[in-house]
Design a protein around this ligand. Sequence first.
Ligand code: AMP
Length: 214
Amino acid sequence: MNLILLGPPGSGKGTQAQMMTERYHIPQISTGDILRAAVKEGTPLGREAKRYMDQGELVPDEVVVGIVKDRLNASDCNSGFILDGFPRTLPQAEALDTTLKAMERGIDHVVSIEVDKDELIRRLTGRRTCRRCGAMYHIIFDPPKRDGICDRCGGELYQRDDDKEETIRARLQVYERQTAPLIEYYRKRGILRSIDGVGEIEEIFQKIIKAIEG
Ligand code: AMP
């Protein structure tokens, strides 16, 4: 099954994508995770991407399209994939169509997780990430047992630069302007499944499964 998860930053898309990989045994392809790993390693790609990411802006289309093309060709994508955080612009969506067509594949469902802006800001400013293993916490909704320390690996928790309030507002604006039009793009094709993203994580997951499996 080939899936796209669409949703603004803070909509819980990454969490839901992880749960979906377990249910469907297909990999999660998160362009944000791939870019963050490149930044951490200090590769040329990482150095270029960091300039945009720190400002809450999108990395240029040709860069992310290249990453996704390579990733889709890996053998673990043979039985399907979950795209999380890609496509984010119309040109990315079109490039994805072209790539999949050449592979004689297509998208089965686009799940759009919807959450209003105030709730997104509340969620995102409280987010903390483990420097060592990447686990995520929330100071209100999902706090670690010990302040500032990861439950899983004992690593230090920090606030990603792109989770600071000013950057968050910029990211939400970028989403509205550049990514939200994709909702219409996929709706017209009849493959869009809209999900209300406010509620318990498990409850939202059940709604997604129902939308996909009918
Ligand atoms: P995310 O973790 O998905 O919120 O992504 C974090 C940051 O990585 C974004 O704010 C962008 O700067 C960059 N990024 C991730 N995915 C894309 C994409 N598909 N197109 C452009 N930039 C991206």
